[in-house]
Design a protein around this ligand. Structure first.
Ligand code: NAP
Length: 328
């Protein structure tokens, strides 16, 4: 028997503001989205991946986020997620917002990286083939490229939408100044650019300093924040020790023991503030983002379904967070 989504997955959510407008666009996004950067690769457990997707969707998380290079092996997260979407969500494809990206190294040679028209168009074709889908809802340029004319990259995004392979486009890891230039080009091309994807958490406030957050808001674009829990550091798991089943032990490519040790004092202080407010550290971290008018969606990762439930629970604490915010 295939997956049957929970019948009450949208209960009250369309009326109570659960879905949030992505900037000035007509696209509504859930407050939490599920990212496939980790735990959806070649060597990860497929049943667990399926259960995470089911748990997310059953709780109103209609948005799954990918990139060409997610794995490892690069591309394997698209293969696994695409299989789940086709085999389990087939009848519900139109209830999902699927995004993917290109901008980091994906294949050998000069055409498998950065921001050329050659790379972006070929990469999305490959992504669609891996996923077995006809289109993605959002296609992102994954990072700024100072060696490719911005016009070329933006025209490639526009062409991709015109070809029907993506419905909307987004920019990821751009700064405020480059965003202003890119937005002007995309506006002139009548390209539906609606969203910025950037790293943002209590521990990393770069977007406040580089102009991205304010500029995006002023331009009427949505912001989806990645690594909102700083890859797990903004939870209670690393406060005392380093558990064996944590990302830092299982996959230390991006989160390293040193990151934990260097941040521990700060994490303990943040945890004390959260506890005082009656929240878990992860709940405070998620509400802190969702409470900002510039933020549309918090893009979480998870290694098991229970974490998705816990993070939905965090969303439910947003009214409490708003009440006590002044005292935090
Ligand atoms: N555009 C970009 O350049 C870019 C870059 C990075 C990420 N992203 C996107 O953002 C997504 C999320 O990034 P991220 O995985 O770094 O996000 P994150 O939410 O900060 O970290 C996720 C990790 O935190 C732990 N966790 C999550 N909820 C928890 C809870 N309630 N209690 C305890 N631990 C919890 C899990 O790690 P354990 O394994 O330790 O359980 C989980 O894998 C990615 O999947 C990707 O889609 C985009």
């Amino acid at each position: 028997m295939g997956y049957t989504p929970a019948e009450d997955r949208y209960k009250d959510k369309l009326e109570n503001g659960f879905f949030r407008k992505c900037g000035d666009s007509g696209l509504m996004l859930p407050p939490l989205a599920l990212g496939m950067w980790h735990n959806f690769g070649t060597h990860d457990d497929y049943e667990n991946m399926k259960n995470m997707c089911f748990t997310a969707f059953d709780n109103g998380i209609t948005h799954f986020d990918l990139a060409n290079n997610y794995g490892p092996e690069p591309g394997s997260a698209e293969i696994n997620t695409g299989k789940i979407i086709r085999e389990e969500f087939g009848a519900h494809r139109d209830e999902l917002v699927i995004s993917t990206k290109a901008g980091y190294e994906m294949w050998d040679g000069p055409y498998g990286n950065w921001g050329s028209r050659k790379y972006l168009i070929a990469s999305l074709d490959q992504s669609l083939k891996r996923m077995g889908l006809d289109y993605v809802d959002i296609f992102y340029h994954h990072r700024m490229d100072k060696d490719t004319p911005l016009e070329e990259t933006m025209e490639a995004l526009s062409q991709i939408v015109k070809s029907g392979k993506a419905l909307y486009v987004g920019l990821s890891n751009y700064d405020g100044a480059t965003l202003i230039k890119a937005e002007k080009i995309l506006r002139d091309l009548h390209c539906p650019f609606i969203i910025n994807q950037n790293k943002y958490s209590i521990l990393d406030r770069t977007v406040e300093k580089n102009g991205l957050l304010t500029t995006s808001y002023e331009l009427g674009k949505g912001v989806i924040c990645f690594s909102p829990l700083a890859q797990g550091m903004l939870t209670d798991k690393y406060l005392k020790d380093i558990p064996a089943d944590s990302r830092v032990v299982r996959d230390g490519r991006f989160l390293k023991v040193d990151n934990i040790l260097n941040n521990r004092e700060h994490l303990l202080q943040l945890n004390a503030i959260a506890t005082e407010a009656g929240l878990k550290l992860s709940e405070m971290a998620i509400c802190w983002l969702l409470n900002k008018p510039e933020v549309t969606t918090v893009l979480i990762g998870a290694s098991r379904p229970e974490q998705i439930i816990a993070n939905i629970e965090a969303y439910n604490k947003l009214p409490l967070f708003k009440e006590i915010e002044q005292s935090i």
